[in-house]
Design a protein around this ligand. Structure first.
Ligand code: TXA
Ligand code: MG
Length: 329
């Protein structure tokens, strides 16, 4: 039975779908992070998503679909590259930017003529999208600029009663957001994420650049984003412990993210919380946001970290750490 598999109350998906139909907001799990969903074709509901997130209305939302078969309903045309990526990776952590069909309200796209679409790989998300039937516009279910939620309790802590219904699907398996690929021209990555650049290049049969600055407004491309309260300092892996010790000696509460090869016998103690990062990129990505939250919970004022080798999921981890370390607005 679906409900056994999902380990959620049998009627909760139906209740969530009803909430969406009534114009309400539903937080739901995906394989990447939790989303804050609204009926993509209900402009009032979409506007409430922006209000709850505190997100400028010019920053577009991703429309979530139950399957690739729905793609042609939401875009003017499905280019060959989109077909190939969808076939290979959907359901999965990659989002396609294509030219929008008229049914996509401009409120969703931040008034752009393009729309971002994805099919998430999570049984609860797919059950919700199938029960609802339409597209669900959803950003990550956190306030604008803060760390994305990877559990239902993160969502409740962050958004409280501003969300009408929260579907709990456990911890997110990928842990960082989807890769966003712009296919309106030459393919380009707008945000590194759960599907690696290498895998995309293999499917597209050519190099796919990561576009640093783009004409479109992608909040993931603002300097400071995905940021914990603590200030984040990035240094070479061999300098992490030394800088942390220096700051601690000055009376700072320090959080430390250190790779296993450089951890020595460092441990948490007075004024210092040490997390030795997992040696696999996949496990690191899955836990990255929880690590950042952990430091905030422990009152760390500064986080000292290094970036991993930027291959595979390492590119997304590096991107999120750099943005967390970016200048604060
Ligand atoms: O994994 C994910 O993508 C998660 C889950 C919930 O699906 N969603 C997510 O949404 O990360 P959000 O809103 O936090 O980030 C969506 C990104 C933003 O950077 C947004 O600007 C970009 O997608 N985006 C949306 N529509 C776009 C468009 N038409 N052109 C370019 N970028 C777009
Ligand atoms: Mg987000």
């Amino acid at each position: 039975m679906l409900s056994d598999q999902l380990k959620i109350a049998p009627d909760s998906v139906e209740r969530a779908a009803r909430t969406l139909r009534a114009g309400g907001l539903v937080a739901f799990p995906t394989e990447t992070v939790y989303g804050l969903g609204a009926d993509a074709e209900n402009v009032d509901a979409v506007e409430r998503v922006f209000a709850v997130k505190g997100r400028p209305s010019t920053h577009p939302l991703i429309v979530h679909l139950s399957g690739a078969h729905q793609l042609p309903d939401w875009v003017v045309e499905v280019p060959d590259a989109a077909r190939r990526i969808a076939e290979r990776f959907w359901p999965g952590p990659v989002t396609l930017v294509l030219r929008r069909a008229r049914r996509v309200p401009l409120a969703v796209t931040g008034r752009l003529e393009t729309v971002a679409l994805r099919v998430p790989d999570h049984p609860v998300a797919l059950a919700l999208l199938t029960a609802f039937g339409g597209g669900v516009a959803a950003p990550s279910a956190n306030r604008f600029g803060s760390v994305s939620p990877t559990t239902a309790s993160h969502v409740r802590e962050g958004l409280g009663s501003d969300v009408d219904y929260v579907l709990d699907g456990g911890s997110c398996a990928v842990g960082v957001e989807s890769t966003i690929v712009d296919l309106t021209g030459e393919p380009a990555i707008l945000r590194p994420g759960g599907v690696s650049r290498e895998d995309l290049e293999q499917v597209l049969g050519g190099s796919v650049p990561v576009r640093g600055k783009s004409a479109v407004r992608v909040p993931g491309q603002l300097p400071s984003h995905y940021a914990p309260r603590a200030r984040v300092l990035l240094v070479e892996p061999g300098q992490v412990l030394g800088l942390a010790e220096h700051l601690r000696a000055q009376g700072c509460r320090v959080g430390v993210l250190v790779p296993p090869e450089f951890a020595g016998d460092a441990g948490s103690g007075a004024g210092q919380r040490v997390i030795v990062v997992p040696d696999s990129h996949a496990r690191y990505a899955r836990q990255l946001y929880e690590f950042l939250r952990d430091f905030d919970r422990h009152g760390c004022e500064v986080i000292v970290a290094s970036v991993p080798v930027p291959d595979g999921l390492g590119l997304a981890i590096t991107d999120r750490l750099r943005r967390a370390a970016g200048p604060r607005g």
